[in-house]
Design a protein around this ligand. Sequence first.
Ligand code: FAD
Length: 317
Amino acid sequence: MTKITDHIAAAKKTLFSIEILPPLKGEDINSLFKAIEPLMEFKPPFIDVTYHREEYIYKKKDNGLLEKTATFKRPGTVAICAAIMNKFKVDAVPHLICGGFDKEETENALIDLDFLGIDNVLALRGDAIKSEGAFIPSKGGNAYASELVEQISNMNKGKYLHEETNMKKTNFCIGVAGYPEKHFEAPSLKTDFKQLKRKVEAGAEYIVTQMFFDNDKFFEFVQQCKQEGINVPIIPGLKPLTTHKQLTILPSIFHIDLPDALIEAVEAAKSAEAIKQIGIEWCIQQSKELKDRGVEVLHYYTMSKSDAVKKIAEAVF
Ligand code: FAD
């Protein structure tokens, strides 16, 4: 399949792409297909599929004590990628995280992707398990995304963990995450740029940003990347705000600021439908400006729902 960087190089206009989540365990994959189908008319050259690590749940035993069990609530990332490529004939980009994998398991996961003909991967560290305060790498696993990028780059050179000669060179185009408003754990923007540069030096070929609602933050980020010598394509991640609750949820989960004008408009809205319309309109304006400034790809976080993103795509693409 085609590398993201090749899609970008071949594009004659701004591309539309999306991120989706695997369905909750027990749901049908057709519900996901249904959510994506209305967006296919905008011809996304690639679709990202997130990866969700295990969570702990507590089950009451017969003796009344609680038993802690790990469970994956949204399994199936790789299978969904294969199914999407098969059904829609577009490239699928699996997200691969450090958390929960040792390096051997990571290597095997990458071999699976290679065998499936998946040539793009978004390499991430992942967050802490929900009930744990801080990210803890697996024993023998990668602790930072830069280490994961290095492992993938090594496989691209035919260098696996143990065997040294005559190993197949994989052909992964590696993307990484970037944070226009700083990753929440980074002590400063400067140190965060240092770590971002480390990922690019390790072999990352493009960056996808955390969502933002103020384009100036993206433009400053791109400028700063250039100053730091980070010269790979930077794909902005966009999400329409659709509910009043998201005024607090989005900053709390994604560690981003919302512009006062957006907050005030949402606060003044008279209905849930009006709030959704304000969020969609805001995202349309953001998208139009990014497109006018020649941004190569606009990447939408759909949360596996298509209605809001479809309205945006209709207005922008
Ligand atoms: P890293 O690049 O490793 O950075 C993590 C922190 O460590 C940063 O503060 C960085 O400054 C610092 N750091 C990096 N390297 C070093 C070093 N060598 N020494 C000291 N400090 C260092 N999470 C999921 O679980 N599944 C997903 O599918 C998923 N998709 C995402 C997609 C996008 C586009 C984005 C932006 C995020 C996504 N996330 C996902 C969330 C992501 O996993 C978290 O934000 C996570 O906390 C950091 O991941 P990272 O890859 O940016 O980590």
